[in-house]
Design a protein around this ligand. Structure first.
Ligand SMILES: Cc1ncc(COP(=O)(O)O)c(C=O)c1O
Length: 387
Protein backbone atom coordinates (compact mmCIF):
# COMPACT_ATOMS: atom_id res chain seq x y z
CA UNK A 1 0.00 0.00 0.00
CA UNK A 2 1.47 3.42 -0.88
CA UNK A 3 2.42 5.50 2.16
CA UNK A 4 0.18 8.48 2.78
CA UNK A 5 2.01 11.72 1.96
CA UNK A 6 2.77 13.81 5.04
CA UNK A 7 1.38 17.33 4.81
CA UNK A 8 4.01 20.02 4.28
CA UNK A 9 3.34 22.48 7.08
CA UNK A 10 3.31 26.24 6.76
CA UNK A 11 5.34 26.49 10.00
CA UNK A 12 7.32 23.79 11.76
CA UNK A 13 9.33 23.77 14.98
CA UNK A 14 12.96 22.78 14.61
CA UNK A 15 13.78 21.45 18.07
CA UNK A 16 17.07 19.59 18.53
CA UNK A 17 18.15 16.67 20.71
CA UNK A 18 20.11 19.01 23.01
CA UNK A 19 16.78 20.41 24.18
CA UNK A 20 15.74 16.95 25.35
CA UNK A 21 18.91 16.69 27.46
CA UNK A 22 18.35 20.13 28.96
CA UNK A 23 14.72 19.26 29.71
CA UNK A 24 15.89 16.18 31.60
CA UNK A 25 18.24 18.39 33.62
CA UNK A 26 15.36 20.71 34.45
CA UNK A 27 13.20 17.81 35.64
CA UNK A 28 16.05 16.42 37.71
CA UNK A 29 16.71 19.81 39.31
CA UNK A 30 13.23 19.74 40.89
CA UNK A 31 12.70 23.36 39.82
CA UNK A 32 10.54 23.92 36.75
CA UNK A 33 10.01 27.68 37.06
CA UNK A 34 12.13 30.69 36.15
CA UNK A 35 15.71 29.97 37.17
CA UNK A 36 19.27 29.45 35.98
CA UNK A 37 18.36 28.28 32.47
CA UNK A 38 16.11 31.29 31.93
CA UNK A 39 19.04 33.51 32.92
CA UNK A 40 21.29 31.73 30.43
CA UNK A 41 18.64 31.98 27.70
CA UNK A 42 18.35 35.74 28.31
CA UNK A 43 22.14 36.19 28.40
CA UNK A 44 22.63 34.26 25.14
CA UNK A 45 19.88 36.16 23.36
CA UNK A 46 21.36 39.48 24.55
CA UNK A 47 24.64 38.41 23.01
CA UNK A 48 22.86 37.50 19.75
CA UNK A 49 21.01 40.83 19.68
CA UNK A 50 24.04 42.77 20.99
CA UNK A 51 22.11 44.47 23.77
CA UNK A 52 22.75 44.99 27.48
CA UNK A 53 21.36 42.40 29.86
CA UNK A 54 19.32 45.14 31.59
CA UNK A 55 17.56 46.01 28.32
CA UNK A 56 16.10 42.54 27.69
CA UNK A 57 13.53 40.52 29.60
CA UNK A 58 11.54 37.33 28.98
CA UNK A 59 7.86 36.70 29.74
CA UNK A 60 5.21 34.06 29.00
CA UNK A 61 4.20 35.26 25.51
CA UNK A 62 4.46 38.06 23.01
CA UNK A 63 0.74 38.70 23.54
CA UNK A 64 1.53 39.46 27.21
CA UNK A 65 4.26 41.82 26.00
CA UNK A 66 1.74 43.75 23.89
CA UNK A 67 -0.67 44.12 26.81
CA UNK A 68 1.99 45.08 29.35
CA UNK A 69 3.85 47.49 27.08
CA UNK A 70 0.88 49.81 26.63
CA UNK A 71 0.47 49.96 30.43
CA UNK A 72 4.04 50.66 31.48
CA UNK A 73 4.71 53.56 29.13
CA UNK A 74 1.97 55.49 30.99
CA UNK A 75 0.43 56.90 27.81
CA UNK A 76 -2.22 59.56 28.52
CA UNK A 77 -5.60 57.89 29.13
CA UNK A 78 -7.94 58.43 26.21
CA UNK A 79 -5.10 59.13 23.76
CA UNK A 80 -4.82 57.31 20.44
CA UNK A 81 -2.31 54.76 19.13
CA UNK A 82 -1.89 54.35 15.37
CA UNK A 83 -1.56 50.74 14.20
CA UNK A 84 -1.61 49.00 10.79
CA UNK A 85 -4.62 46.90 9.85
CA UNK A 86 -2.29 44.01 8.99
CA UNK A 87 -1.47 43.15 12.63
CA UNK A 88 -1.96 40.53 15.27
CA UNK A 89 -5.48 40.80 16.76
CA UNK A 90 -4.24 41.15 20.35
CA UNK A 91 -2.80 44.57 19.54
CA UNK A 92 -6.03 46.63 19.33
CA UNK A 93 -7.38 44.68 22.32
CA UNK A 94 -4.33 45.64 24.38
CA UNK A 95 -4.79 49.31 23.47
CA UNK A 96 -8.52 49.35 24.24
CA UNK A 97 -8.05 47.43 27.50
CA UNK A 98 -5.56 50.07 28.67
CA UNK A 99 -8.18 52.81 28.18
CA UNK A 100 -6.79 54.14 24.89
CA UNK A 101 -8.08 54.10 21.31
CA UNK A 102 -6.44 52.40 18.36
CA UNK A 103 -6.50 54.16 15.00
CA UNK A 104 -6.31 51.35 12.43
CA UNK A 105 -4.79 52.54 9.17
CA UNK A 106 -3.85 51.21 5.76
CA UNK A 107 -0.68 49.35 4.79
CA UNK A 108 2.00 49.45 2.14
CA UNK A 109 1.19 46.33 0.08
CA UNK A 110 4.79 46.01 -1.13
CA UNK A 111 5.90 45.15 2.43
CA UNK A 112 2.71 44.40 4.38
CA UNK A 113 3.84 47.03 6.92
CA UNK A 114 2.20 50.30 8.01
CA UNK A 115 1.90 52.85 5.18
CA UNK A 116 3.89 55.95 6.16
CA UNK A 117 1.65 58.30 4.14
CA UNK A 118 -1.32 57.03 6.14
CA UNK A 119 0.59 57.54 9.39
CA UNK A 120 1.31 61.11 8.31
CA UNK A 121 -2.36 61.61 7.43
CA UNK A 122 -3.84 60.33 10.70
CA UNK A 123 -1.18 61.14 13.32
CA UNK A 124 -2.42 64.23 15.15
CA UNK A 125 -2.41 65.76 18.64
CA UNK A 126 -4.82 63.10 19.93
CA UNK A 127 -2.10 60.46 19.36
CA UNK A 128 0.57 59.47 21.86
CA UNK A 129 2.12 56.46 20.12
CA UNK A 130 2.47 54.32 17.03
CA UNK A 131 2.68 50.52 17.28
CA UNK A 132 4.00 48.86 14.13
CA UNK A 133 4.28 45.18 13.20
CA UNK A 134 7.18 43.79 11.15
CA UNK A 135 5.29 41.77 8.53
CA UNK A 136 6.92 38.35 8.17
CA UNK A 137 10.32 39.72 9.22
CA UNK A 138 10.37 42.89 7.09
CA UNK A 139 11.57 45.79 9.25
CA UNK A 140 9.72 49.08 9.60
CA UNK A 141 11.62 52.30 8.96
CA UNK A 142 11.82 53.65 12.51
CA UNK A 143 13.73 56.80 11.53
CA UNK A 144 11.00 57.77 9.03
CA UNK A 145 8.31 56.94 11.61
CA UNK A 146 10.01 59.14 14.24
CA UNK A 147 10.20 61.99 11.74
CA UNK A 148 6.43 61.81 11.37
CA UNK A 149 5.37 61.29 15.00
CA UNK A 150 8.01 63.45 16.70
CA UNK A 151 10.37 62.75 19.59
CA UNK A 152 7.66 62.98 22.27
CA UNK A 153 5.66 60.09 20.91
CA UNK A 154 6.35 56.47 21.76
CA UNK A 155 7.34 54.09 18.96
CA UNK A 156 6.55 50.43 19.67
CA UNK A 157 7.61 47.56 17.40
CA UNK A 158 6.01 44.14 17.37
CA UNK A 159 8.90 42.13 15.94
CA UNK A 160 7.28 38.76 16.73
CA UNK A 161 8.34 37.28 13.37
CA UNK A 162 11.57 39.21 12.85
CA UNK A 163 14.07 37.74 15.27
CA UNK A 164 17.12 37.55 13.01
CA UNK A 165 16.31 40.62 10.89
CA UNK A 166 19.26 43.01 11.13
CA UNK A 167 20.14 46.21 9.29
CA UNK A 168 23.54 47.86 9.65
CA UNK A 169 24.37 45.76 12.70
CA UNK A 170 21.13 46.61 14.52
CA UNK A 171 18.18 44.29 15.04
CA UNK A 172 14.81 45.37 13.71
CA UNK A 173 13.21 47.60 16.32
CA UNK A 174 16.44 48.59 18.10
CA UNK A 175 15.84 52.30 17.41
CA UNK A 176 12.29 52.14 18.77
CA UNK A 177 11.31 52.67 22.43
CA UNK A 178 10.00 49.15 22.74
CA UNK A 179 10.38 45.94 20.79
CA UNK A 180 9.00 42.44 21.42
CA UNK A 181 9.44 38.94 19.99
CA UNK A 182 7.47 35.71 20.18
CA UNK A 183 8.94 32.28 20.93
CA UNK A 184 5.66 30.43 20.41
CA UNK A 185 5.34 27.04 18.72
CA UNK A 186 5.46 28.46 15.18
CA UNK A 187 8.35 30.88 15.47
CA UNK A 188 11.90 30.69 14.18
CA UNK A 189 13.14 30.27 17.75
CA UNK A 190 10.50 28.25 19.55
CA UNK A 191 10.29 27.61 23.28
CA UNK A 192 6.79 26.08 23.06
CA UNK A 193 5.54 29.43 24.32
CA UNK A 194 7.35 32.57 25.39
CA UNK A 195 8.11 36.17 24.60
CA UNK A 196 10.98 38.63 24.93
CA UNK A 197 11.04 42.42 25.23
CA UNK A 198 13.65 45.10 24.66
CA UNK A 199 13.24 48.40 26.48
CA UNK A 200 16.14 50.84 26.52
CA UNK A 201 14.80 53.14 29.23
CA UNK A 202 15.84 51.58 32.57
CA UNK A 203 12.93 53.03 34.57
CA UNK A 204 10.33 51.78 32.11
CA UNK A 205 12.01 48.37 32.02
CA UNK A 206 11.76 48.26 35.82
CA UNK A 207 8.04 49.07 35.61
CA UNK A 208 7.64 46.36 32.96
CA UNK A 209 9.35 43.76 35.19
CA UNK A 210 7.21 44.76 38.16
CA UNK A 211 3.95 44.88 36.22
CA UNK A 212 4.55 41.41 34.79
CA UNK A 213 5.43 40.05 38.23
CA UNK A 214 2.47 41.02 40.44
CA UNK A 215 3.75 44.56 41.04
CA UNK A 216 6.53 43.23 43.28
CA UNK A 217 9.72 45.24 43.28
CA UNK A 218 12.08 44.07 40.53
CA UNK A 219 14.85 43.86 43.14
CA UNK A 220 12.76 41.67 45.49
CA UNK A 221 14.77 38.68 46.75
CA UNK A 222 13.46 35.14 46.93
CA UNK A 223 11.72 34.03 50.14
CA UNK A 224 14.72 31.90 51.08
CA UNK A 225 17.15 34.79 50.67
CA UNK A 226 14.95 37.12 52.69
CA UNK A 227 14.78 34.59 55.51
CA UNK A 228 18.55 34.82 55.93
CA UNK A 229 18.31 38.25 57.57
CA UNK A 230 16.19 36.74 60.35
CA UNK A 231 13.02 38.32 58.87
CA UNK A 232 9.73 36.68 58.00
CA UNK A 233 9.79 35.97 54.30
CA UNK A 234 6.15 35.60 53.32
CA UNK A 235 5.11 39.24 53.27
CA UNK A 236 4.43 40.88 49.90
CA UNK A 237 5.99 44.24 49.08
CA UNK A 238 3.74 45.23 46.22
CA UNK A 239 4.52 48.63 44.69
CA UNK A 240 1.74 48.82 42.09
CA UNK A 241 -1.03 46.63 40.63
CA UNK A 242 0.36 43.90 38.42
CA UNK A 243 -0.17 40.57 36.70
CA UNK A 244 2.03 37.49 36.39
CA UNK A 245 3.78 36.48 33.16
CA UNK A 246 6.69 34.12 33.52
CA UNK A 247 9.14 32.47 31.13
CA UNK A 248 10.25 29.20 32.73
CA UNK A 249 13.31 26.94 32.66
CA UNK A 250 11.18 24.49 30.66
CA UNK A 251 10.76 27.11 27.93
CA UNK A 252 14.46 27.96 28.17
CA UNK A 253 15.52 24.31 27.86
CA UNK A 254 13.61 24.03 24.59
CA UNK A 255 14.91 27.31 23.20
CA UNK A 256 18.50 27.61 24.41
CA UNK A 257 20.17 25.15 21.99
CA UNK A 258 18.38 26.84 19.08
CA UNK A 259 20.05 30.22 19.61
CA UNK A 260 23.36 28.97 18.23
CA UNK A 261 21.54 27.60 15.18
CA UNK A 262 19.65 30.76 14.27
CA UNK A 263 22.11 31.96 11.65
CA UNK A 264 22.15 28.58 9.91
CA UNK A 265 18.35 28.49 9.90
CA UNK A 266 18.03 31.98 8.53
CA UNK A 267 20.46 31.25 5.73
CA UNK A 268 18.46 28.11 4.81
CA UNK A 269 15.30 30.25 4.65
CA UNK A 270 17.09 32.77 2.50
CA UNK A 271 18.25 29.96 0.19
CA UNK A 272 14.63 28.76 -0.17
CA UNK A 273 13.56 32.34 -0.93
CA UNK A 274 16.09 32.51 -3.80
CA UNK A 275 14.79 29.23 -5.24
CA UNK A 276 11.19 30.49 -5.07
CA UNK A 277 12.10 33.85 -6.59
CA UNK A 278 13.86 32.15 -9.45
CA UNK A 279 10.90 29.84 -10.06
CA UNK A 280 8.20 32.53 -9.83
CA UNK A 281 9.87 35.50 -11.47
CA UNK A 282 8.38 34.86 -14.94
CA UNK A 283 4.84 33.96 -13.85
CA UNK A 284 2.44 36.64 -15.01
CA UNK A 285 -0.44 35.54 -12.74
CA UNK A 286 1.53 35.59 -9.49
CA UNK A 287 3.88 38.02 -7.80
CA UNK A 288 5.45 38.02 -4.35
CA UNK A 289 6.59 40.43 -1.66
CA UNK A 290 10.15 41.31 -2.53
CA UNK A 291 12.91 41.90 -0.01
CA UNK A 292 15.24 44.02 -2.05
CA UNK A 293 16.96 46.22 0.53
CA UNK A 294 20.57 45.06 0.42
CA UNK A 295 21.28 46.79 3.75
CA UNK A 296 18.85 44.39 5.46
CA UNK A 297 19.38 40.77 6.44
CA UNK A 298 15.81 39.41 6.63
CA UNK A 299 14.55 36.65 8.94
CA UNK A 300 12.34 35.29 6.13
CA UNK A 301 9.50 34.25 8.38
CA UNK A 302 7.00 34.52 5.53
CA UNK A 303 7.21 34.06 1.79
CA UNK A 304 4.12 35.87 0.59
CA UNK A 305 2.74 35.34 -2.90
CA UNK A 306 0.11 37.63 -4.38
CA UNK A 307 -2.50 36.45 -6.86
CA UNK A 308 -6.09 37.19 -7.76
CA UNK A 309 -6.61 33.41 -7.58
CA UNK A 310 -5.46 33.21 -3.94
CA UNK A 311 -8.33 31.16 -2.50
CA UNK A 312 -8.27 28.58 -5.32
CA UNK A 313 -4.48 28.34 -5.08
CA UNK A 314 -4.64 27.76 -1.31
CA UNK A 315 -7.23 25.02 -1.82
CA UNK A 316 -5.21 23.41 -4.63
CA UNK A 317 -2.10 23.35 -2.41
CA UNK A 318 -4.05 21.92 0.51
CA UNK A 319 -5.55 19.20 -1.70
CA UNK A 320 -2.00 18.32 -2.74
CA UNK A 321 -0.55 18.09 0.75
CA UNK A 322 0.77 21.64 1.19
CA UNK A 323 -0.61 23.84 3.91
CA UNK A 324 -0.52 27.60 3.31
CA UNK A 325 -2.25 30.42 5.16
CA UNK A 326 -2.78 34.15 5.27
CA UNK A 327 -1.65 36.37 8.12
CA UNK A 328 -3.17 38.65 9.33
CA UNK A 329 -6.91 38.74 8.84
CA UNK A 330 -7.30 42.54 8.64
CA UNK A 331 -8.25 44.29 11.85
CA UNK A 332 -10.55 46.72 10.04
CA UNK A 333 -12.70 43.77 8.93
CA UNK A 334 -13.20 42.50 12.49
CA UNK A 335 -16.57 43.93 13.61
CA UNK A 336 -15.48 45.00 17.13
CA UNK A 337 -12.57 47.00 15.69
CA UNK A 338 -14.43 48.61 12.79
CA UNK A 339 -15.26 51.81 14.65
CA UNK A 340 -11.53 52.42 15.15
CA UNK A 341 -10.70 51.86 11.48
CA UNK A 342 -9.88 54.33 8.75
CA UNK A 343 -10.28 53.50 5.07
CA UNK A 344 -7.90 50.58 4.33
CA UNK A 345 -8.28 50.05 0.58
CA UNK A 346 -4.79 48.63 -0.02
CA UNK A 347 -5.14 46.22 2.90
CA UNK A 348 -8.50 45.08 1.46
CA UNK A 349 -6.83 43.98 -1.78
CA UNK A 350 -3.81 42.57 0.05
CA UNK A 351 -5.93 40.44 2.34
CA UNK A 352 -7.89 39.09 -0.65
CA UNK A 353 -4.81 38.23 -2.70
CA UNK A 354 -1.89 37.43 -0.38
CA UNK A 355 -0.93 33.90 0.66
CA UNK A 356 1.94 32.79 2.91
CA UNK A 357 3.55 29.61 1.59
CA UNK A 358 5.99 27.40 3.58
CA UNK A 359 9.55 28.75 3.88
CA UNK A 360 10.60 27.18 7.18
CA UNK A 361 14.07 25.69 7.55
CA UNK A 362 12.84 22.09 8.01
CA UNK A 363 11.72 21.98 4.35
CA UNK A 364 13.75 19.53 2.28
CA UNK A 365 14.80 20.37 -1.29
CA UNK A 366 12.15 17.90 -2.46
CA UNK A 367 9.50 19.75 -0.44
CA UNK A 368 10.54 23.02 -2.07
CA UNK A 369 10.43 21.42 -5.53
CA UNK A 370 6.99 19.98 -4.75
CA UNK A 371 5.65 23.38 -3.66
CA UNK A 372 6.96 25.00 -6.85
CA UNK A 373 5.59 22.14 -8.96
CA UNK A 374 2.16 22.43 -7.36
CA UNK A 375 2.02 26.19 -7.83
CA UNK A 376 2.95 25.88 -11.49
CA UNK A 377 0.62 22.90 -11.87
CA UNK A 378 -2.23 25.00 -10.47
CA UNK A 379 -1.49 27.49 -13.21
CA UNK A 380 -1.68 24.90 -15.98
CA UNK A 381 -4.72 23.12 -14.50
CA UNK A 382 -6.82 26.05 -13.39
CA UNK A 383 -5.64 28.91 -15.53
CA UNK A 384 -5.08 26.94 -18.72
CA UNK A 385 -1.41 27.92 -19.08
CA UNK A 386 1.49 25.73 -20.14
CA UNK A 387 3.91 24.66 -17.43
C1 LIG B 1 2.90 39.84 14.84
C2 LIG B 1 2.57 39.00 16.03
N1 LIG B 1 2.48 39.58 17.24
C3 LIG B 1 2.21 38.89 18.34
C4 LIG B 1 2.01 37.53 18.29
C5 LIG B 1 1.66 36.79 19.54
O1 LIG B 1 2.72 35.98 19.95
P1 LIG B 1 2.51 34.88 21.09
O2 LIG B 1 1.95 33.68 20.43
O3 LIG B 1 3.89 34.65 21.63
O4 LIG B 1 1.60 35.44 22.12
C6 LIG B 1 2.09 36.86 17.06
C7 LIG B 1 1.87 35.42 16.97
O5 LIG B 1 1.84 34.81 15.93
C8 LIG B 1 2.40 37.61 15.89
O6 LIG B 1 2.48 37.04 14.70
Amino acid sequence: MPLEKVMINIFEPNVCKDSEKLLEEVFESRWLGKGKLTNKFEADLCEYLKVQRSEFHTIASCTDALFASIRVFNLPRGSCVVIPSNSFPALPSAIIEAGLSPIIVDIDPTTGNLCLDELQKYYDTSCSAVFVTDYGGIPNDIKAIRNIVGENSVVFVDAAPSLGTFAQGKFSGQDADFCCWSFDAMKLLTCGEGGGVYIKDAQIMERFREYTYLGLSASEKSGLDRSKGGNVWWEYHIKSPGRRSIFTDINAAIGLPQIGKLEQRISRRSEIRSIYEDAFKDLDWLSYIEQGDTAVRYSNYFFTVITEHRDELAMHLKNNGIYSTFRYYPLHRIPIFQKYSMECKKCEIFSDQALNIPIHDSLSNDDVKDIIYQIKNFCSLSLGNEL
